[in-house]
Design a protein around this ligand. Structure first.
Ligand SMILES: *Cc1c(COP(=O)(O)O)cnc(C)c1O
Length: 405
């Protein structure tokens, strides 16, 4: 893979007609080390955020040994590239065959569930010759609020509070290790999301009066985007640790988390070219069916930097929206994306913070989707790990323009 100092160097060297994914391995390594050193328990990487094999390897090399997988495809992928990794199948609704293959062929022992039906399914799929498995680690997923998160995960999964006690008791009967897991929603903007959820965990343990071996606080750890600047991650870790220590569980119980976004948002950005301008709308060569699904469908704002070498620093900034390259009206990203007012056809833009739920969601709809990848050595546009905040992006924009003059 080619390595460049930054996006502008890529534009100068390649003048690319197709979008290019820019990878920052150092940013993913830094995030992984932060979690492995500072989270007061074990960090499982949630593979769906970005399943790229290079990223899996980077995280493994930086101390992440456990992976939260949600499909047989993800089980196979991680098992193939990291044969020694521990896989945790944390989708609460699985096919019986997927459970059986994960258990018998890929060594998976950790499964989540949120219903008695799923528990029965897991027991059936993992028994052999009529003998029930004795090495299952089963996590009951409870439903918690997504009130503090930008993306709700409260509707689809999680045992109803009324069923939790009986489900915990039934799961205890067949599990070697019993866990409780939850997900506070993605991009949780306050540590209170976790303390509120831990209150529900405590109530469930007291009501069921079972011995619990694992508390898994799930994902939801935030990254930095325009208009979304969360408190420092240490404050989340402190709240979680305090709540964990207050739970009525044995001293040997383990604390787990499942970060997706926080481990890889800073890992990748995207270089796009402007093909046309119409008023305040820029037609760019990637979009809703590429790496910008969230920008289109839930109006997520990503930071942008203009890479036009001729941009004059005195040009004022303007709010733009983007159209993507497909022939679909829905291929529209409202933004607003703040860029110099003189943007036009032929200019390049770097769109930041797309390592999580960006690059992973690309399709080939309409013949687009063929994207090259290069490595760059500069810092991501914002970082939770270096104090670069989203409101410094304007500063970086100015210094980028100055260095071009
Ligand atoms: C998506 C998901 C995660 C990761 O969530 P982030 O908000 O990206 O941290 C973790 N656990 C489960 C079960 C998930 O579905």
């Amino acid at each position: 893979m080619y390595e460049f100092p930054d996006a502008l160097a890529v534009v100068r060297a390649l003048s690319p007609d197709d979008p290019i994914t820019l990878l920052r391995p150092h940013a993913a390594q830094r995030a992984a080390r932060f979690f492995t050193e500072k989270f007061p328990g074990k960090s499982l990487y949630a593979v769906k955020a970005n399943p790229s094999p290079q990223l899996l390897q980077l995280l493994w090399d930086s101390g992440i040994t456990h992976f939260d997988v949600a499909s047989l495809g993800e089980v196979r992928l991680v098992h193939k590239f990291l044969p020694d990794a521990s896989l945790c199948f944390m989708h609460p609704v699985k096919s019986e065959r997927a459970i059986a293959q994960a258990y018998h062929n890929h060594g998976v022992r950790v499964f989540s569930l949120d219903s008695h039906d799923e528990l029965d399914k897991i027991v059936r799929a993992t028994s052999k010759d009529g003998v029930t498995a004795t090495d299952l680690e089963l996590c009951v997923r409870i439903r918690v609020s997504s009130d503090h998160a930008k993306l709700s995960l409260a509707a689809k999964f999680g045992a109803d509070p009324a069923d939790v006690a009986s489900l915990l008791a039934a799961t205890r009967q067949v599990a070697d290790c019993l866990g409780i897991c939850f997900h506070v929603g993605s991009q949780a903007m306050s540590p209170q999301a976790y303390s509120d959820a831990m209150d529900l965990v405590r109530a469930a343990i007291v009501e069921a009066s079972v011995v619990v071996d694992i508390i898994d606080v799930g994902g939801g750890f935030p990254s930095v985007y325009p208009g979304m600047e969360p408190p420092v991650l240490e404050s989340y870790f402190d709240v979680i640790e305090r709540c964990f220590e207050d739970l009525p569980i044995s001293y040997s119980a383990e604390l787990w988390c499942e970060p997706g976004r926080a481990l890889c948002a800073e890992y990748a950005s995207l270089l796009v070219k402007v093909e046309k301008r119409r008023g305040k709308e820029l037609y760019v060569n990637d979009g809703a069916y590429g790496a910008l699904f969230d920008a289109a469908h839930i109006g997520w704002r990503f930071p942008v930097i203009a890479l036009n070498p001729e941009t004059n620093i005195n040009v004022r900034m303007t709010e733009f929206s983007f159209y993507g390259p497909t022939c679909d009206d829905m291929d529209f990203m409202p933004g607003p994306f703040i860029l110099p007012d003189d943007m036009g056809a032929g200019d390049y833009i770097e769109i930041g913070m797309l390592g999580a739920y960006g690059c992973a969601m690309r399709t080939e709809f309409n013949g687009f989707g063929d994207v090259d990848t290069v490595t760059v050595g500069d810092e991501p546009m914002a970082s939770l790990y270096t104090q670069i905040a989203a409101n410094d992006i304007g500063e970086k924009q100015n210094s980028a323009n100055m260095s071009k003059q």
